[in-house]
Design a protein around this ligand. Structure first.
Ligand SMILES: *Cc1c(COP(=O)(O)O)cnc(C)c1O
Length: 236
């Protein structure tokens, strides 16, 4: 199957999941998780109509950016970001989805201030309480948002979550629903620099469940591009 055929199939599944949940399919964006795929593959995905691209590694983002790979679609950052690489991402990424610590949030705010821009971010939540994953705890979020007005060069647009790897469909519904409940709570309050309109959750194997639970952005790699060749990464 070509990238275009895969994207068409995913769009049909997105629509089906949205309708089953009584939602408007146009509320849900498709982010192509482009890691380990080259500029040509990225261009094909954009031509096939994905809404945005998400990169995991700063080096890949910078390289493909300079090749003009993202022309026609915004690029997001979705991987773990080290503070010493923040200046390479702020201003290039329309949305930094993977803000996983206050330390990183502060660094992004400072860099955005330097550039004279306002950087859109999502707070990443470690929803499955996994030691192997970074992110905030769900219970930390209200306090962080209480104090967010200090950081006037960021805007918190919502939350990103990667639940544990699931074996069976339905396994992650409970995690997705926790994020949905959090977002409803937060929307009911008024915080400066916070405008929750994005819930980034759902990947190739669980995006239907995520849409059913209120996701507004799914991040899909394998189902668009096919399996990644990890041998390539181990060489570099
Ligand atoms: C790779 C990746 C995805 C996509 O995963 P697939 O299972 O290939 O769809 C989504 N989100 C993040 C943060 C990723 O790193």
């Amino acid at each position: 199957m070509s990238i275009a055929e895969n994207v068409a199939k995913i769009r049909a599944q997105m629509e089906q999941a949205a309708r089953a949940a009584g939602r408007d399919p146009s509320e849900i964006k498709l982010c192509a998780a482009t890691k380990m795929n080259d500029a040509q593959a990225v261009r094909e995905a954009i031509a096939a109509g994905v809404d945005c691209c998400g990169e995991n590694r700063v080096q890949e983002l910078v390289e493909k950016y300079s090749q003009g790979a993202y022309e026609g679609a915004p690029v997001h950052f979705i991987g773990h970001l080290q503070t010493n690489k923040v200046k390479q991402v702020v201003g290039k990424a329309d949305l930094i989805q993977s803000v996983d610590s206050l330390h990183l949030l502060k660094a992004i705010d400072a860099e955005a201030k330097k550039q004279g821009i306002r950087q859109n971010i999502l707070l990443e939540i470690n929803i499955g309480l996994e030691e192997s994953k970074s992110g905030f705890l769900l219970t930390e979020i209200p306090e962080i948002l209480e104090n967010i007005s200090t950081y006037s060069n960021i805007c918190v647009r919502g939350f990103m979550a990667i639940p544990p790897i699931s074996r069976n469909s339905g396994d992650n519904l409970k995690f997705f629903q926790k994020i949905l409940h959090l977002s409803v709570d937060i929307k009911g309050k008024k915080y400066d620099n916070v405008m929750v309109d994005c819930l980034s959750m759902g990947m190739s194997n669980d995006f239907m469940d995520a849409i059913y639970s209120g996701s507004t952005m799914i991040r899909v790699g394998t189902a668009i591009f096919g399996p990644r060749d990890y041998a390539v990464i181990h060489q570099s």
